[in-house]
Ligand binder design. Structure first.
Ligand SMILES: [Zn+2]
Length: 324
């Protein structure tokens, strides 16, 4: 279906596996103290969520129905991403499959890992409605895919209510428990109860809730929603991305109105299960900026200790997405 150009993909697989395992089996000496690959001491932070896409839609075809004119911005390559990330001390990034532009075709993100095996990991997508999604997950692991974006928003509207109830989804969660590949949920607050049930059913599967489950997307941060998100903390492998500030609350810097929610999450989950992320390039539009996003966690919130910040800005994402 969307997986066109099989020869190119096979070639990429061979090349990607070689590059990736070379990096994994020969870490730099500095890597021994912490999970590989080692952080650059000058670029210690990890952005746990950014998107990238190339302007070259011939080499990396878009999903059906998408054209080059839909790309906004027209280009956001891994080089463009790192040009805004590195000045803020970010040396590694978890690349998130773009469910609209490329849908199930992870080729460009895999290519980025192949070219920069120490810098990137991938949160890919596999179609749970196709046969053997677990095998697809395992095939992607040595190519740097340590998590999977799952979301009801790729389902037809009438199938969204039962999106977690498919046999393929069960296979994915079971596989994640075995491979340690995280299930990363892009959901709304209304979906938290179903997420909670899945965490209970698959307690050994690493789980990451993207963008605070989009609490505050309509401008209002509701206490009942924050409580529903905090309830997930009783599942030991449940994590939350502290991210996408441009889309939540007042939706502009300095994003201080999100601090009370972040504080509640720290009380519920602790900093070791929270990870900062930008959601670039979206965080870089208009009055928002990459710097304003990381600054909230890196430079503001006086109640955070230095170790708290290190977990939020690097160690949690490293443990989940950059395992040794
Ligand atoms: Zn995103």
């Amino acid at each position: 279906m969307t997986h066109a150009r099989p020869v190119t993909r096979r070639a990429a697989l061979a090349a990607g596996t070689a590059a990736f395992s070379a990096a994994a089996t020969h870490p730099a000496p500095a890597a021994h103290a912490e999970p590989a690959p080692a952080a650059d001491p000058h670029l210690p932070w990890i952005d746990a969520h950014s998107h990238i896409w190339p302007p070259d839609v011939d080499k990396f075809p878009l999903a059906p129905g998408q054209t080059q004119r839909d790309l906004n911005p027209p280009s956001f390559t891994d080089d463009q991403l790192m040009a805004v990330a590195r000045p803020e001390g970010v040396g590694r990034v978890v690349l998130i499959q773009h469910s609209v532009y490329h849908r199930w075709d992870n080729a460009y993100l895999l290519d980025a890992v192949r070219r920069h095996p120490r810098t990137f990991r991938v949160q890919g997508m596999v179609d749970d409605h196709r046969p053997n999604p677990g095998a697809a997950m395992r095939e992607l692991l040595p190519r740097g895919v340590t998590g999977f974006r799952i979301t009801p928003f790729v389902c037809p509207r009438d199938a969204q209510a039962g999106w977690l109830d498919t046999p393929g989804m069960a296979e994915m969660w079971r596989t994640g428990a075995a491979t340690r590949q995280a299930m990363c949920l892009l959901i709304n607050p209304a979906d938290l109860a179903a997420a909670d049930a899945m965490c209970g059913r698959y307690p050994d599967t690493p789980v990451v809730i993207d963008h605070f489950a989009r609490i505050g997307a309509d401008g209002e941060i509701r206490d009942a929603d924050v409580r529903a998100l905090c309830r997930l903390a009783r599942h030991k492998l449940a994590h939350v991305k502290v991210s996408a500030f441009y889309a939540l609350g007042r939706k502009r810097p300095p994003h201080e109105e999100l601090v009370p929610m972040i504080r509640r999450l720290i009380e519920a989950f602790g900093p070791r299960r929270l990870m900062w992320a930008s959601d670039a390039p979206y965080q870089t539009h208009a009055e928002n900026s990459y710097r304003a996003s990381i600054a909230l966690v890196r430079d503001r919130m006086d109640f955070l200790s230095r170790p708290d910040r290190e977990w939020l800005l690097a160690k949690t994402a490293e443990a989940v997405f950059f395992p040794a």
